[in-house]
Design a protein around this ligand. Sequence first.
Ligand code: ADP
Length: 399
Amino acid sequence: MFTETTLVINCGSSSLKFSLICPQTGETLLNGLAECLSSNDATLSYTFENNKQSQPLLAPFNHQVAINALVAILKQHHLVDKITAIGHRIVHGGEKYGQPTIITEAVKTEIDKLAQLAPLHNPANLIGIQACEQAFKHLPQVAVFDTAFHQTMPAKAYIYGLPYKLYQEHGIRRYGFHGTSHYFVAKQAASLINKPIDECNFISAHLGNGCSITAIKNGKSVETSLGLTPLEGVMMGTRSGDIDPSIVFHLVDQLGYSAEQVNQMLNKESGLLGVSQLSNDCRALERAMVEDNHPGAKLALDIFCYRIAKTIASFTASLTKLDAIIFTGGIGENSAFVREQVLSQLSLLGMKVDADKNLAARFGQSGKITTTNSRAAWVIPTNEEWVIAEQTQQKLIQE
Ligand code: ADP
């Protein structure tokens, strides 16, 4: 049944997600996660044929040990010979990488250089590449970049209102992230509305712990809310999103914060968590608002939904037509409340939520959630791993 599969690797600083996927169908043969890789709580769990298993990892607690454990699991289930390639999710590809790229020594050097722009992500991605090179010497490895889909943005969308030489000399510009997710849901939506992707115009909202909104014109990204780093744009689980940049100077100069403390605050202590003073988890906040009438939870969710609606409305400036708004990511796929709140603030765009359809749309299914006389909004579950598998295979066929 599975003639060939791609092993997709998504390596974080202390975690490693893996999926063995059929690039043609998106069917997943085995998937799992190794986590807490820098501590003695390191564990690896995986699902194969609907069975979930978990095992502790042995010292030294690192990515290589996790990859070695994965190889043993793949051997145990007779899967090693089915793997034809490895696809790596790489967070930052800068301006150089607008396409999937076969990993060579030169490409690794570039990914390392780009760590300046993604210090938390690119070094971890490189560790994953190196560990896979050791374990799967015979297999080609392909990098699929999270920034690539947004490389079609025009300069007016990606240049900041800063001295131009910061862009020329240091690459300071908007890059955008979640590219594989926005690309995937746009492609799915095109097929659902039965139109060629290069004639489709969407605004997609990827709402998870990290959130981004993207305007897609004739199938291509023309504007996105995340910027040089994944801190800009709408408010997120623990990230502030847009603020007045002078707040940083006020915190440092007047209130005695260090740059490091401000960085920590904006990335880890703000957003839904910071405002609610309760949780970064949308589900927990919805519960607290409904069951306990928690004012912080209500305010956090109000701000969250308003900012998403405001961003979607502003992104219509990049488009001349709008076929649909798309919701995806853990919140976008599952929270009927957030979708309703966002769309009800977009009535000037002709959005009318169908309450029943909106409540029914969740748990991994695609569905339209607007009334027949409304502009369309869809819920579409994302599948970044499938995109990585598919693009890895396509790249190898082209070579
Ligand atoms: P990540 O960005 O880490 O991949 P996810 O896409 O998994 O995150 O999204 C996580 C978010 O999705 C959390 O805020 C979680 O509360 C939210 N979420 C998941 N299921 C639901 C649900 N049924 N209702 C509301 N929010 C949900």
